[in-house]
Design a protein around this ligand. Structure first.
Ligand code: ARG
Length: 459
């Protein structure tokens, strides 16, 4: 049978494989609510402009609500031969209200229809990401507050670098996630222009009111160029890009959780709620959620690359290639929300092992920089000379199998005669972190100031 929508031109129906490759209904049914909202706004505008009658608009509006309730109830008869959500909704509307249904598509094309539906869907996901990020940032800030002055090793190259505070490390993630949040906010603001009314590509000869539909659908304004409106998927790419950066951040903490919860580190413990056992090794408590999170971000990054690859080189305006945008974004959005929720759960759940953190902070010559700084401050050595003296002392301690504070004053004076007993004050980890009072530094006072700032920001 020829198609119900374009049967005028077509005598025969499509090949079965054509139907299979062409259909998007299997996934774009997720935009049903947006599609119906868009159509309702469009029909109301058409009536207000005298393009269709009030009676027809009323029948369309009511009929669309019936369609929506069928979809929500799970009784809607989705048909793959109707290709997508737009034509499924319209065909069902026709069954329900008859002739007026055919007037809904006046001054509209599926090209602007899909653009507006998808924008609204992605806009909702930006809001969901912002919500999820706020909750996760709160969890990191709560950890920071609990341990503003717990000492732990800071790393570079995953080698002990300098002692830092637990609170400082937690707030590092608050900073990353705060930038993520602002990226979703920026993207949302930029995408909030309404493409409905661009029609197929050129606009329409009907006297439509694009400002009215834009306002009715919560957009700031209509888009300004009809060609761009139907060809543009920047909003999806921005969402994916922001998601990818956020996912990268999540994967870094996931990796730290995997390392920190190992028997070799023992920095944190995850409860039974966030770990799994082994079917053979009875002692195991594996951080599977953190591992999966570390891996699942690949889907988000993959989706980003996939959509860039779909869009690159496409001539204006709409090409069917663009139908491949949705599955990528849907999967990325689902994955991001799941990862944000899982990370929030783990951050709330994790218990820091403060003794182990402190022990590790004090090992690995972590206060060597403090010693070098002392030589500069107290003895007036140029930093490069102080670095050399300290390096010699580290080598001495390493040879003796001890740490810097375990060296005797005589050992130290053997390397530099000017060293005094009060040098030992700066070799302790608490003094070390307390001394790092520079703005944004790891000193507990600085951390508490940043916690206050975050609490203020989060309201
Ligand atoms: N299913 C299509 C998509 O998702 C809707 C737009 C189709 N437009 C067209 N001219 N064939 O992109």
């Amino acid at each position: 049978t020829a198609n119900a929508m374009w049967g005028g031109r077509f005598a025969a129906g499509p090949d079965a494989i054509m139907t299979a490759i062409n259909a998007s209904i299997g996934f774009d049914k997720r935009m049903a609510a947006q599609d119906i909202a868009g159509s309702r706004a469009h029909a109301a505008m058409l009536a207000a402009q005298g393009i269709i009658t009030d009676n027809d608009a009323e029948a369309i509006g009511q009929g669309l609500l019936t369609v929506l309730s069928e979809i929500e109830a799970g009784t809607f008869p989705f048909r793959v031969e109707l290709e997508d959500i737009h034509m499924n909704v319209e065909a069902r509307l026709k069954e329900i209200i008859g002739e007026p249904a055919g007037r809904l598509h006046t001054a509209r094309s599926r090209n602007d229809q899909v653009a507006v539906d998808f924008r609204m869907w992605v806009r909702d996901q930006c809001d969901a990401a912002i919500d999820g990020l706020r909750t996760l940032i709160r969890a990191f800030v709560a950890q920071a507050e609990a341990g503003a002055d717990w000492v732990m090793p800071g790393f570079t190259h995953l080698q002990t670098a300098q002692p830092v505070t637990w609170g400082h490390h937690m707030l590092a993630y608050a900073e990353m996630l705060g930038r993520d949040l602002s990226r979703f906010r920026d993207a949302r603001a930029r995408m909030n222009e309404c493409p409905l009314g661009a029609a197929a590509l050129a606009g329409t000869s009907f006297p439509i009111d694009r400002h009215a539909t834009a306002a009715a659908l919560g957009f700031d304004r209509p888009t300004a160029n009809s060609l761009d409106s139907t060809a543009d998927r920047d909003f999806a790419l921005e969402f994916l890009s922001a998601s990818s950066i956020c996912a990268m951040h999540l994967s870094r903490f996931a990796e730290e959780l995997v390392i920190w919860s190992s028997a070799q580190f023992r920095f944190v413990r995850l409860s039974d709620r966030w770990t799994t056992g082994s079917s053979i090794m009875p002692q195991k408590k594996n951080p599977d959620a953190a591992e999966l999170l570390r891996a699942k971000v690949a889907r988000i990054m993959g989706a980003t690359v996939a959509l860039f690859t779909v869009m690159k080189g496409l001539p204006l305006t709409y090409s069917k290639d663009m139908q491949e945008d949705k599955e990528q974004v849907f999967d990325a959005a689902d994955t991001l929300m799941l990862c944000l929720a899982a990370m929030t759960g783990m951050v709330e759940d994790m218990q820091a092992n403060t003794e182990e953190l402190r022990r590790a902070a004090a090992s690995g010559f972590s206060t060597a920089t403090d010693l070098a700084d002392w030589l500069v401050r107290e003895l007036g050595l140029p930093f490069r000379d102080a670095h050399h003296v300290t390096g010699t002392l580290v080598a001495l301690a390493e040879g003796k199998g001890c740490d810097l504070p375990d060296l005797s004053l005589a050992d130290m004076q053997g390397v530099h005669a000017g060293i005094r007993a009060d040098v030992f004050d700066v070799l302790g980890v608490d003094n070390s972190v307390r001394s790092r009072q520079s703005y944004g530094g790891t000193a507990p006072d600085q951390v508490r100031a940043q916690i206050a700032r975050w609490k203020d920001l989060l309201g």
